[in-house]
Design a protein around this ligand. Structure first.
Ligand code: PA5
Length: 439
């Protein structure tokens, strides 16, 4: 059973939901639900006809990406992703968690460098412009709709650069977009640009495990088969009707019960520099999926949970004061990494009173500080859970993406809202276009 294998990689400790202070914690007896009810929620999710947990079985996507990788291997020094929101955040996370831990640290590994331009700040565009050799750069333009103005503008800009240099842009561009509709699809078909498809039943923020995230990941040497394998294991857990086993449901249910106790903020706090971009990815997933004006019956509910990101241990010296003593309106999800890639010992200095540091590793210091953070919050009656991952690798990242995507799907059903649309985002997109047309 996948659950047993998965348990060795991803475990969750829910004990600190059950606080002595019942006004702020969850009652142990309340934190369970019959299998039939989980089955009903799963049926509701199936009825929404979403593909995020199904496309991971499509082997053709992987084959197509691997084939493309073989064709272009060694040709490019830089890869620039043009995309925003769900078309960028997963890739940024994959890059940081599995490749370059820190943006400004040089990557010692061979292969192209990946830059994700998820903003239209002219200084950002100007800097990339000055830093790349166009002939040795591959642009991946990612837009599910093919009509997002930020991404199209970037594409127009960089395409013109090729024209100015008398270069054939189609050799250096690849699109990831809808199979049938949108400007990018039209350009791909009429001008002969290589393209990959975003399945139409997978929304932007759920698309990291489609070509949207898998293509750039593969091109910088990430093992995408392992990513998918981890996601499949977690998907099987998501589809189990047993409360104890269904980790995505348990997280959603904790959030749901705590929202009733005025905990409308979810803090995701990984104790890992590699995972801070995962928290950014999670911000979009939670905010855009659950922040909704209307419920399934069309009634105004203005539901939503506000996501907050925090980094262990850095934020222990920043937001931690607020977390411990400020308003008790938050639910904390900690992420602990049991084995980092490096094990580094802190040398002793012979100073009196600091003997406790001798022989301690940074690894131990980090996880001990996590323990202290959890203890203090629990003592202060702040409900929290801890996800422990054995290490950070492709399989575990695939599992984590699926854990949270599946959990959000359940949360939508618990709140009786559609977690898969984004009318607020669409409204702003439309207004920006209208303003430009009329100015
Ligand atoms: O999750 C979403 O649907 C949005 O955040 C989109 O990802 C974002 O607006 C970009 O859209 P597109 O991929 O169509 O360019």
């Amino acid at each position: 059973m996948n659950l047993e294998i998965l348990e060795k990689m991803i475990k969750i400790d829910f004990d600190n939901l059950f606080l002595q202070d019942t006004a702020n914690g969850v009652q142990k007896d309340d934190f369970t639900i019959k299998s039939e009810i989980i089955g009903e929620y799963l049926n509701k999710i199936h009825d929404r006809k979403q593909g995020f947990y199904k496309t991971i079985d499509n082997k053709e996507i992987i084959d197509e990406i691997n084939q493309y990788h073989e064709e272009i291997e060694g040709k490019y020094d830089d890869i620039v992703v043009l995309g925003i929101g769900g078309s960028a955040l997963g890739t940024i996370c994959l890059k940081q968690s599995l490749k370059y831990i820190h943006e400004d640290m040089l990557c010692s590994e061979k292969g192209p460098k990946l830059h994700v331009l998820d903003n239209i700040d002219p200084d950002l565009i100007g800097q990339i412009d000055g830093a790349i050799d166009y002939e040795k750069t591959l642009f991946i333009v990612i837009s599910k709709s093919g009509g997002t103005v930020e991404t199209l503008s970037q594409f127009f800009y960089f395409r013109k650069k090729f024209e100015d240099k008398n270069l054939d842009f189609t050799k250096n561009f690849v699109f990831v977009t809808d199979a049938k509709v949108g400007h990018l699809r039209e350009i791909a078909d009429t001008e002969g640009v290589k393209s990959f498809v975003v399945p139409d039943n997978v929304g932007g923020r759920f698309s990291v495990l489609t070509s949207v995230g898998l293509l750039p990941a593969r091109l910088i040497g990430i093992d995408i088969e392992a990513l998918i394998k981890g996601a499949q294991k977690m998907r099987d857990v998501f589809l189990t009707e047993d409360f104890e086993q269904n980790l995505p449901f348990k997280i959603a249910y904790a959030q749901y019960l705590l929202a009733k106790k005025n905990k409308n903020i979810t803090v995701l706090m990984p104790y890992s520099q590699r995972l801070i971009r995962f928290a950014d990815w999670h911000i979009q997933l939670l905010a855009e999926s659950i922040g909704k004006a209307k419920n399934d019956n069309g009634e105004i509910v203005n539901i939503g949970l506000t996501p907050v990101k925090a980094l262990g241990v850095t934020d222990q010296h920043s937001q931690n004061q607020l977390f411990n003593e400020g308003p008790n309106d938050k639910f904390f999800i900690f992420v602990e990494v049991l084995k980092h890639k490096n094990e580094i010992e802190i040398p002793g200095y012979g100073l009196e009173g600091l003997e406790y540091l001798e022989g301690v590793t940074f690894n131990k210091l980090m996880n001990t500080e996590l323990k202290a953070a959890i203890y203090s919050l629990t003592q202060n009656n702040r409900p929290n859970i801890k996800i422990s991952v054995s290490e950070i690798n492709e399989e575990i990242m695939g599992g984590l993406f699926m854990l949270f995507e599946a959990s959000i799907a359940f949360l939508g059903e618990l709140f009786e809202i559609n977690a898969f649309n984004q009318p607020g985002v669409e409204l702003t997109k439309k207004l920006a276009k209208d303003f430009l047309k009329n100015e």
